[in-house]
Design a protein around this ligand. Structure first.
Ligand SMILES: [Fe+2]
Ligand SMILES: [Fe+2]
Length: 366
């Protein structure tokens, strides 16, 4: 099995998957690439099967890692990660129809199921997990965010794969616990705030997105944008970030640069979805055009996902105790959100968020 053949196979698979998402599973071009991938598969068998295993940032074919990669290869790994797939085993005897069904299921937003000759190993998500195991899962994901942020702060390139795995984990957590407030964490120390806040904003924004029935892929990009919204803060002096008292005017002006720093940093990373860059830049702009960065918005409006992140950001900031103020109760934050609707926040998104909190019985319906 040569690496060239593996790359040809992943390229055909990605072309079939992309076209399936773009058109439909019945489109001739999907059929063409599925047939091509199926043909290439025949050269990849080792004994009776082909196994594809996603291990962190490495993809193993028949337990051998592949060094020669390309854009299709990376996208194939990304696709597996987003579907929560750890392992695929395709056994001899698989028919072209079974393979085409596998391609269309993989392109869809539905969970991927095993078929007679194709087994799919999904990242274990135990339904009705114990509260303690949910907490452990969440802490593991926050710890991934922490490691990535610490790396960036020390000048290492952003570990996007690590953050992508954290988003998959956060989505799993949300699926198991409908009460998002039971899931979001409290920073135990002030230093934890940056990455705990990032995870909370990600969760709260995916919670909002879910109520609009957004697709799995979109929810995923939104989760990643939530995690990265404050990444620009890592470019600020630690004395400003860690200051235990209120900021003076100079420090405040520095802090206000973090959306620009964040967007600039993310623009240098080609694999980061554009949405993350937009959200990093816009999350402190207000619905009425005020806020910062002051770009004289005029008729230009914040992206709706930036507006959702602004609500999540505000909500999480107020429910977290800071050195200079106590945390607020949910009902008090909801009142402030309602008061700011139309000025700071998109009123429809505030209504939606408050309604969603009512639906999970976190607050009483007004
Ligand atoms: Fe921010
Ligand atoms: Fe924030």
């Amino acid at each position: 099995m040569t690496e060239g053949k593996i790359c040809d196979f992943t390229a055909s698979m990605m072309s079939a998957l992309s076209n399936c998402a773009l058109y439909s599973e019945k489109h001739p071009i999907v059929n063409e690439f599925s047939v091509k991938a199926f043909g290439l598969l025949q050269d990849l068998y080792k004994d009776e099967s082909v196994s594809i295993t996603l291990l962190s940032d490495t993809l193993l074919f028949n337990d051998n890692s592949v060094t020669e990669k390309g854009i299709h290869f990376d996208n194939f790994m990304k696709k597996l990660r987003r579907k929560g797939i750890e392992k695929i085993e395709i056994r001899r005897g698989v028919t072209i129809d079974e393979f085409k069904k596998f391609v269309s299921d993989m392109a869809s937003q539905e969970p991927l199921l095993s078929s007679p000759h194709i087994s799919v190993g999904i990242v274990e998500v135990q339904l009705r997990a114990e509260e303690s195991s949910l907490r452990t899962l969440l802490e593991e994901n926050i710890s991934k965010v922490k490691d990535t942020f610490c790396g960036v702060a020390y000048g290492t390139e952003l570990d996007l794969g690590g953050l992508e795995r954290a988003v998959v984990g956060l989505i799993s957590t949300l699926k198991q616990q409908s009460n998002v407030l039971g899931v979001i964490s409290s920073a135990r120390t002030y230093n934890e705030y940056t990455y705990v806040h990032a995870a909370n904003v990600s969760l709260l924004t995916m919670f909002q997105a879910e109520t609009f029935g957004m697709s799995e892929e979109t929810t995923y990009d939104i989760g990643l944008a939530g995690l990265l919204h404050d990444i620009g803060k890592l470019s600020l002096p630690i004395e400003v970030l860690d200051k235990q008292t209120k900021l003076d005017l100079n420090e405040w002006n520095l802090l206000k640069l973090h959306p620009v720093y964040g967007a600039r940093y993310l623009s240098t990373l080609p694999d980061v979805p554009k949405l993350a860059l937009i959200v990093a830049f816009e999350h402190h702009m207000n619905f009425d055009g005020s806020g910062y960065p002051d770009v004289n918005q005029g008729s230009r409006r914040q992206h709706p996902i930036s507006q959702m992140v602004a609500i999540s950001d505000f909500f999480d900031a107020l429910r977290t105790e800071r050195p200079y103020r106590k945390s607020l109760e949910v009902c008090s934050i909801v009142k402030i959100l309602n008061d700011g609707a139309g000025k700071y926040f998109n009123p429809e998104l505030v209504d939606n968020f408050v309604g969603a909190l009512s639906n999970i019985n976190v607050i009483e319906q007004a």
